[in-house]
Ligand binder design. Structure first.
Ligand code: ADP
Ligand code: MG
Length: 442
């Protein structure tokens, strides 16, 4: 190899440095090419580069599996703008373009470096011969499976077509395989490795613990005025009480549209401009709310969980959950949108036993509906329930919040050092639980 990976990073992608040591380590391991690789890094960490850079430096073609045509289009456009020959074969592609691509792939020295396909495409009869041809001519450099958690029935985004990828991997024995996902709990990680038939992969997993996030839980029913309490929290988190010019911003998650409207209204009335964001709004209003928040015109967005995917904002100083998240894994992901810049940030859950009962009911109803539709039970039906139970335990336990989260993801116990309410004031946490217990028996 004549160029180092760092030079290539600059030449092909225009970046001076790797995002992190982990990103660099993954790229180096992939470039070595002797082992399968498993990558679990949070959204925004730069996972795509982990296969794109090796793909550019390799002789042949890298096959990338990604679940959504929109995601694929984004990446292909970006690669093309960098003059990296990439394209996608998918169901929406006009026949003429498809023919051109297949012709290039069938030629003795294809120009293409990266080929993106959806998992549905993998088994398609048009694509099969092409793939076999590439493989037998030794032209496949890597197989990259993005959003790899979609292969797991334990995960939150299970896609049955991803299960075909295990077989695909079996048919490409000599091609190093790379599986990438954002935070996945331990059982999902194991499932990915098994389902994709990775062979003793090198694992690169970001630590779950983020020391700049302060986690706490407040029992909503114990508060004389919950909105005033939330308002005070926001003032403190954004430094408004100290006359900060409002550089930071925050997210309040609510379960329902009405919840979003009410909380946004109450916060604005109390003195901090907040806008609702949910699927009941007109698309234009939704976009406007998001843009105003992105540009700092509105400090607080009060949203359902439809908000946040693909939102990568550095200065989110707090994420508050007005209602419980549906699982501890979702909670980690949603609250983790705080503090991307590494500065101290707060993650708060307002817990309410009544809320718990409601969500519990909804989850069980959904599971029952699924079972009725398919006429049988599945072991995975239980995951929705146990994942929510983990969220409830997180709130109702006397234990370090960071430790609970790390344990859930199969990580070792972190050194919290006062970054949660329990480690800072265990007696306060106990007192709150005791007061809540007396309320519930009344
Ligand atoms: P992920 O898939 O982990 O969520 P992406 O691959 O989409 O993350 O990358 C997130 C952003 O980080 C992209 O805009 C990408 O261009 C940028 N990025 C990736 N690597 C680097 C780097 N080494 N230096 C600067 N920006 C980077
Ligand atoms: Mg990605």
């Amino acid at each position: 190899m004549t160029t180092t990976s760092k030079q290539a990073l600059k030449t092909h992608f225009g970046f001076d440095n790797f995002r992190s040591k982990l990103q660099e380590d993954v790229v180096k391991a992939v470039l070595k090419g002797d082992r399968d690789v498993f990558v679990c890094m949070p959204t925004g960490a730069g996972k795509s580069l982990c296969y794109q850079l090796p793909a550019v430096l390799a002789e042949g073609i890298t096959l990338v599996i990604s679940p959504l045509i929109a995601l694929i289009q984004d990446q292909v456009d970006r690669l093309k703008s960098l003059n990296i020959p990439a394209c996608s074969i998918n169901s929406k592609l006009p026949a003429g373009e498809r023919r051109l691509i297949l012709a290039d792939l069938g030629s003795s020295s294809p120009k293409l470096k990266m080929l993106y396909i959806t998992p549905e495409m993998v088994a398609s009869p048009t694509f099969q011969p092409c793939l076999t041809g590439l493989c037998s001519r030794g032209l496949l450099s890597y197989l990259a499976v993005d959003e790899a958690h979609c292969v797991s029935q334990w995960g939150h985004d299970f896609r049955p077509d991803y299960l075909k990828l295990g077989e695909l991997r079996g048919r490409l024995p000599g091609v190093p395989c790379l599986a990438l996902t954002a935070t996945a709990p331990k059982n999902v990680q194991d499932d990915i490795v098994q389902s994709l038939r990775l062979r003793s992969p090198l694992s690169f997993v970001s630590p779950v613990f983020r020391s700049n996030l302060h986690y706490d839980v407040i029992f909503r029913e114990l508060l004389p005025n919950p909105y005033v309490h939330l308002y005070a929290f926001i003032q403190k988190a954004l430094g408004l009480d100290k006359g900060s010019n409002g550089q930071g911003c925050g997210i309040v998650y609510c379960r329902t549209r009405e919840g979003c409207e009410t909380v946004a209204y109450q916060l604005t009335k109390l003195g901090v401009l907040a806008k609702p964001y949910h699927a009941g709004l007109k698309a234009g209003d939704r976009t406007e709310a998001q843009n105003d928040w992105m540009q700092g015109k509105v400090l607080v967005i009060v949203a359902t969980i439809s908000f946040g995917m693909g939102v990568d904002k550095a200065n989110v100083r707090f994420v508050a959950h007005w209602n419980l998240a549906k699982s501890l894994a979702s909670y980690y992901q949603e609250s983790g949108r705080a503090g991307r810049d590494g500065l101290p940030s707060s993650c708060r859950t307002y817990y309410s036993p009544r809320d718990k009962e409601q969500i519990n009911f909804l989850i069980r109803q959904e599971v029952a509906r699924k079972q009725a539709k398919r006429g049988s039970e599945k072991q995975t039906d239980k995951t929705a329930i146990t994942d929510f139970d983990a969220m409830v335990s997180y709130c109702a336990q006397e234990c370090c919040r960071h430790a609970t989260i790390s344990k859930f993801f199969g990580d070792k116990t972190p050194n919290c050092a006062g970054a949660c309410d329990y480690c800072r004031n265990p007696k306060g946490v106990r007192a709150q639980l005791e007061r809540a217990a007396t309320l519930s028996t009344k």
